[in-house]
Design a protein around this ligand. Structure first.
Ligand SMILES: *[C@@H]1O[C@H](CO)[C@@H](O)[C@H](O)[C@H]1NC(C)=O
Length: 323
């Protein structure tokens, strides 16, 4: 049988977040506002981190990279979901669906490893402070960022290699607001049991191993801090509390959805909101409201851009267009 005959599904129908017609305008406004906050908040972090010299340290480089992944994470499905709130018939092309699966696993895989890198950075800073500058060099930082994307890429390509070969010949209704892998494999006209096991094993190995690394490093850090002064304890604890909140809200839903993909629950799509919308918004909230250095740097940037400029401060290229 050739591929054209076996895959007759050219598009999938998405049922969206909720079937209630009355709620659609409310959701439209609510998620539009959240999306704008996510993009602007994370952009502000990236701009602050890259332009303020006092924040040129590994912790903030990694934070800037996390903000970048967060923007990507929030952008592969959320804008389509928002537009779909206004349309009766929500569909996505076959290729669009495959693209969504590719991006979600690329970004979540990358984010998991990036969170581990950030925990490692805090581990070195707190447990090996004298070697921090040597261990967390600019080079180490770049390597950690590249490794994050590489792991995400390998993870998503292996997930897709199981999926693209599946024949889709009839049922095409996905009960979610995007193409979620466990739900899409359920539609294949073939017993997808083996594929589902491969998906669980693949996602399971990545999420459980990164999660264990995170929990392990937090425990080591907390134990180390325990024996130091209480001032160090308080400072480390507030940083860690922020990290741990992100980690729980991010990994909780991922592990829940992917560890039991054989039965898909209605609550799954609500949980998917956590890693497409709620985790990306946490970073700006946590780091702009709680971190004193970030707040000071942002204030500097705001005053720099908002206060009236002397003509000599305006870049030459802009200045010449004024005359
Ligand atoms: C991401 O990390 C790299 C490597 O350390 C750094 O050079 C870059 O500035 C970071 N990007 C952002 C947006 O912070």
């Amino acid at each position: 049988m050739d591929k054209v005959n076996s895959s007759v599904v050219s598009e999938f129908v998405l049922l969206g977040l909720s079937s209630s017609q009355e709620l659609q305008p409310f959701f439209f406004v609510f998620f539009s506002v959240l999306y704008v906050i996510i993009v602007l908040g994370n952009l502000l972090i990236i701009i602050t981190v890259t332009s303020d010299n006092s924040l040129h340290s590994p912790m903030y480089f990694l934070l800037g990279n996390l903000s970048f992944v967060d923007i990507c994470q929030a952008s592969f499905a959320t804008p389509k979901m928002i537009v779909d709130f206004l349309s009766e018939h929500k569909t996505i092309s076959f290729n669009g669906c495959i693209a969504q699966i590719f991006f979600i696993h690329l970004f979540t895989g990358g984010e998991m490893v990036l969170l581990v890198s950030m925990a490692y950075d805090r581990y070195v800073a707190i447990c090996k402070p004298l070697h921090y500058v040597v261990i967390m060099s600019q080079r180490t930082c770049t390597v950690l960022v590249i490794v994050s994307w590489a792991v995400g890429l390998v993870h998503t390509l292996s997930q897709l290699s199981f999926t693209v070969t599946l024949p889709f010949c009839g049922p095409n209704v996905v009960d979610s607001f995007f193409c979620d892998l466990p739900r899409v494999t359920k539609l294949a006209c073939l017993d997808s049991y083996i594929i589902e096991i491969l998906i669980v094993v693949n996602s399971g190995i990545l999420s459980v191993s990164t999660f264990s690394l995170l929990v392990g490093s937090y425990i080591i850090i907390l134990v180390t801090v325990w024996f130091k002064s209480s001032a160090a304890m308080a400072k480390a604890f507030s940083t860690l509390a922020a990290h741990i909140t992100v980690v729980i809200l991010f990994f909780g839903p991922c592990i829940f959805i992917y560890v039991w993909p054989f039965t898909t629950y209605p609550v799954d799509k609500l949980l998917a909101i956590f890693y497409t919308v709620f985790t990306p918004i946490l970073n700006p909230i946590i780091y702009t409201l709680r971190n004193r250095d970030m707040k000071a740097a942002m204030r500097n940037i705001m005053t720099y851009y908002l206060r009236p400029k002397k003509i000599s401060e305006i870049p030459l290229a802009v200045r010449s267009s004024l005359y």
